[in-house]
Design a protein. Sequence first.
Length: 423
Amino acid sequence: MGVPPTSSLLGLDRGEITALVSEAGEPSYRAKQIMDAVYRQRAETLAEISTLPQEFRERLAQSGVTTGAARIEKKFVSVDGTVRYLIAFADGQSVETVWMPEGDGGEAGDGSEAGAEAESSGPGTSGAKVPSAENEPIAALKRCATQNRAPQDERRQAHGRSTICISSQVGCAVDCQFCLTALLGVKRNLTAGEIVGQVCAVLKDQKVSPPDDRINLVFMGMGEPLLNYENFVKAARLLVEAVGIAERRMTVSTAGIVPRIRDFGGEAIRPKLAISLNASNDALRTRLMPVNKKWTLEMLMAAAREFPLRTREWITFEYVLLGGVNDTPENAREAAELLRGMRCKVNLIALNPGPGIDFTTPDAERVAVFQKILREAGIPAFVRRPRGRDIYAACGQLKRTVEVSTSPELQIQSISLSPTPEV
Ligand code: SF4
């Protein structure tokens, strides 16, 4: 699949920028100036990089070099504060990127600081921790620390759960039957610069900046990241080294591209792993996720069990619950059996509905029963809050929808969808 040729600075790593600077006959410190301008100040044009001499900027422009900054084409704000961005690239293609100011609970129990509160009922426990008298001195210390918190800490606290969900491809080829993105098919891979560019555009728009602001990142938008492996891995490296987002604050979700899961385990810089499970046996999974024909549950579970986890790291399994299809108590017991003995947790997601998706959302009671069965089997299971459903920003809803309800009520069935809007 083609990726457009790039003359963008965004997407180049330190070595590549150093080579560019050297070829231009400029001193090597210019590389750091460019890295800072592109990834930290998030300059949108060469003219904004005031640390570079005017003459050098002009030479770069004449050679066709641009910053490569992503452009926010449209922005939809949910009643719950979630923002869905339609982000456009130079060739007119676009993807969606979602800002969740309060996160979506997906980080709960994964060992990251962002999930710390929710971890009170996290892995290793089968229910909520009961505060004990012995913990009171620790609690008092924490209260004291809170009272003495510096302004910067308060700023960190304010963004402690903010999460950006980014896309890795325009559309998706994996064809999960419950996902609106699948209806688009796949148009092309994103370059590393286009992946990082989404993050830079949202950080700039939200006026936040890691590492001072704690930002979580999930590769769970449009596309299957492990089918755009090289660009995804390079983007993750740039996000850590150049943008300043900690590795432990990033999670990549895959539908189960088994050979790439194995490659991914060996990467020097790698986000945490989430696997989109969604079924408890092969017949059901193949029906819901055709990718299962090629990489069966047995192959997937073997790769997951052998995945090299770091200290305090857990694999997350995502399970989208579809009413009457994969949400029975028997499914829950089968899923528990599949996951038995693994260092993992499960995020349960009640289907986020959308036109063209022939499944229904299970009621809360059914979700609770499913969760209870997993927990009783010793598997930490969390129910993720849907974020931004009213603006088509929730899991599985990313389809470049440009017409959304302005009502705070969910009116999804009455929304008219534009299949692939020109941007
Ligand atoms: S759920 Fe993910 S992998 Fe499956 S079709 Fe949607 S975007 Fe692709």
